[in-house]
Design a protein around this ligand. Structure first.
Ligand code: VGL
Ligand code: ZN
Length: 182
C-alpha cells in the first residue's frame, strides 16, 4: 500500500513566513494533485513551544497554535487523514516526522498497511531529508518527489547535498509525473 507524507507545508516555511524557504509555496499545487493519487495521506507539522533551544539556531518559527504553524492556505487539508506534530519539546531535534510526539508515525503507517512511502514538502535539507532517511530505516520503500520539495539552502548546494545523502541512504528520487493513479 502506498502512502504520501506531506512534510511541514506551513506558512512560516513559505514566502513571507518567519523561516521562508525560497519558492516554498511552489510545492503546493504539485502536492494537491498528488494527494488525489494516494489511499493514505498524512502530514507533519513543525510544532514548537514559544521557547526552545531550537530557536538558538533558527529564527522563531512554527510556534504551536499560531498562524505561522498553520498549513499553507492553498493545501487541500481535507485530504490529510492525520497530522503528526514534531519539535514539540525544548530540544533541537524533531527534524524527522518519525520523531512526532502526538502519535507514532511508524506504527500508524504499519497499521494502515503502508509499505511504500512517498515524501514531499519542506524543507529538502532538514525535515524532508531526515524523514525520508528515517523511513528507509523503518523498512519502508521510500521515494522523494523532487518537484514537490524545496530547500532552505543556508549554504548554497545544501539541496544537492541532501539529495545525494538521501540517495545514498536508499531513498529513490522520482518526479510527480512518474507517479500513477492509486
Ligand atoms: C525545518 C528548520 C527548522 C524543516 C524545521 O521543517 O525542514 N527546518 N525547523
Ligand atoms: Zn523548526
Amino acid at each position: 500500500m502506498k502512502g504520501l507524507l506531506v512534510v511541514d507545508v506551513q506558512n512560516d516555511f513559505c514566502p513571507g513566513g518567519a523561516l521562508a524557504v525560497p519558492e516554498g509555496d511552489k510545492v503546493v499545487p504539485v502536492i494537491n494533485k498528488l494527494m488525489e493519487k494516494f489511499p493514505v495521506v498524512v502530514a507533519s507539522k513543525d510544532w514548537h513551544p514559544k521557547q526552545t533551544v531550537h530557536f538558538e539556531k533558527w529564527p522563531v518559527h512554527c510556534v504551536h497554535n499560531t498562524k505561522g504553524a498553520d498549513f499553507h492556505p492553498g493545501i487541500v487539508s481535507t485530504k490529510i487523514e492525520q497530522v503528526f506534530l514534531k519539535g514539540t519539546g525544548n530540544k533541537d531535534d524533531g527534524y524527522s516526522a518519525f520523531e512526532a510526539t502526538n502519535l507514532d508515525l511508524a506504527r500508524y503507517l504499519k497499521e494502515k498497511g503502508v509499505d511504500e512511502l512517498f515524501v514531499v514538502g519542506l524543507a529538502t535539507d532538514y525535515c524532508v531529508r531526515a524523514s525520508a532517511i528515517d523511513a528507509v530505516k523503518q523498512g519502508l520503500t521510500t521515494h522523494v518527489v523532487t518537484d514537490a520539495i524545496a530547500a532552505v539552502n543556508v549554504k548554497p548546494g545544501d539541496d544537492e547535498k541532501s539529495l545525494d545523502d538521501m540517495r545514498g541512504a536508499g531513498v529513490k528520487l522520482v518526479t510527480s509525473k512518474d507517479i500513477s493513479a492509486k
